[in-house]
Design a protein around this ligand. Sequence first.
Ligand code: XMP
Length: 508
Amino acid sequence: MIVIVDYGSQYTQLIARRVRGLGVFSRIVGCHETPAEILKGDPQGIILSGGPASLYEKGAPRIGKALLARLTVPVLGICYGHQALMHALGGKVEKGGSGEYGRAQVELAKEDPLLAGVPAKHFAWMSHRDHVAALPKGFTRLAHSPATPNCIVSNPKRRIWGLQFHPEVHHTENGPRYLENFLFEICGCPRDWSLGDWIDATCQEMREESAGRRVVSAVSGGVDSTVMAVLLDRAIGRKSRPIFVDNGVLRDGEVAEVQHNLGKVLGLNLKTLRAGGHFLRHLKGVTEPEKKRRAIGREFINVFFREIRDDDMLAQGTLYPDVIESVAVHGPSDKIKTHHNRVPEVLKLIKQGRVIEPLKELFKDEVREVGRLLEIPAPILARYPFPGPGLAIRILGEVNAKRLKILRAADRIFREEMAASPHYDKVWQGFAVLLPVKAVGVMGDTRTYANVVAIRAVESVDGMTADWARLPYELLDHISRRIVNEVDGINRVVYDITSKPPGTIEWE
Ligand code: XMP
C-alpha cells in the first residue's frame, strides 16, 4: 500500500488513481494529519502531492521534524511536496519569477532506479513558480529543465526522490514509467491490487459485518447504487433489500425502467415505494432551488427511514472522493465535506455500527469497472447521471403535475433522439429544462403563447468542469421539431451553450 499525502493539489486524486491503475492500493491522507495517521497501515512508500501554496506564504504546510524522523520507507515528493521536503531537509527553495507552466523539456544527467527506461530527453508537465535552488546534503541532481535546475533529485541512502514536474498527468511523457519505477523498483510493491480481488474481499466483509441481518439500501437506478446493490446481492442474497423511492419527480418511464433493470435483468430483491403524491404535496408553492432540494431530501429521509427496522443495517453508496478530507492549505482544517450520506438519521445508525459503505474506497471509474466485472449490462452503466432532486430542479419555478407532464414529454424525446444518435456516448450528461417564461409562436394560422424548453448537453470527465456538447445542427433541428410538434404546451426550444464554469450543469 502507498500513502499519498495531500498538500491540496488538484491532481492528488489522480496520483491515487494512477497508483491503483498500476496494481498497488493507495490511500490519501491530508497533510495536517499526525505522523501516526499518515503511516497507518504500514505503507511501502509515501508520495507527497503538489499543492497551491508557496513555502514563503504564511501558514503554508511544512513537513515537521516528527514526520521526517519517521520517514523510513521510500518517499517521492512531487512539485510542492518536493519543495517542502527539500526545505525540511535543509535545502533552499527560491521564490520563482515567472515560474514554469505547461510543457517543458527535462534532460536527464545521471542514472538512477527512478529513471530506468526513461529517455534522456522528454517533455513533462510543469506548474510551479518556486523551485529548489540548493539541495540538502546527500542529494544529487538527476535532471534539469530550462527554468528548473533541480528538476529531479535523489538521495538513495535516505531513499528520498523529488520531482518538480507532475508524473501523474497525461501530458507528462513517461509519467507512468516514473511511477512504476518508484512503486516496483524502489518500494518493491507487489502488483496485487485488483478490483476482482476487491469484489471477493468486499463480499466477504459484508457477510461478516451484516452477520445475518437484513441490509437495506436506497437505489436510484444510477451506477453507484446499482453496483452496490448487485454486490450486496452477491454477498448476502435475499437478505439484501434495495429500495427504490418514486419521488414523483422522476423522468418519463423511469419507474418501469428501474424496476425492469434492477428487478428483472439483475434479479435483485427490489422494493418500490410509490411516494410521488407525498413529495409533490411538499413541493407545492416551493420555487427556490435550495428549498426544493431540502424538501426532497427531508421527505426522502422520512419515507425511506420508515422502511428500516430495528435490527436492519443500512448500506450506502458513498465513494472515496466523498470521504477524503478536503485540505485547506493555509492552516489545519477539520472541515469534512458535508454531504447527504451524513444526515443525523444516518449518523445515529453509524454510532450504532449499523451502516456499511462498501464503495467507500473506490473512485467513480473504479465503480464502473466493478460494474463491468459484475457483468452489469453496459447500458445500465452508461446512464447519464440524474440528480437526487430529479426534475424538480429542471422545472424552473413551481413544480406541479401539469409542468411535470410537459417536461417529461420533452425530455423523453431528447433522450430518445440522443440514444438513437452516435452522440449519446460522447455526452456526459444531457437533459431538457422547462423555463419559467412563455414565448409567442405561430402554429398553422394561430398565434400561440406557450412554454420554452432548454436543451442542455455537456461533455465532462467528472462533472466538476464541463463544456457544452457541439451536437450537430441536424440533430438539434430534429429534436427541436419533434418537441414543438409533439409536446402540447411548448412552442420554442433553445440550446444552452454555456460551459461550467461559469455556468453549472443544472439550471438550479
Ligand atoms: P452542477 O449543476 O453543480 O452539477 O454543475 C454537477 C453534477 O451534480 C449533479 N447535481 C446533483 N446531484 N443532488 C444530486 O444528487 C443535487 O442536488 C444535485 N445538483 C446537481 C448534476 O446533475 C451534475 O451531474
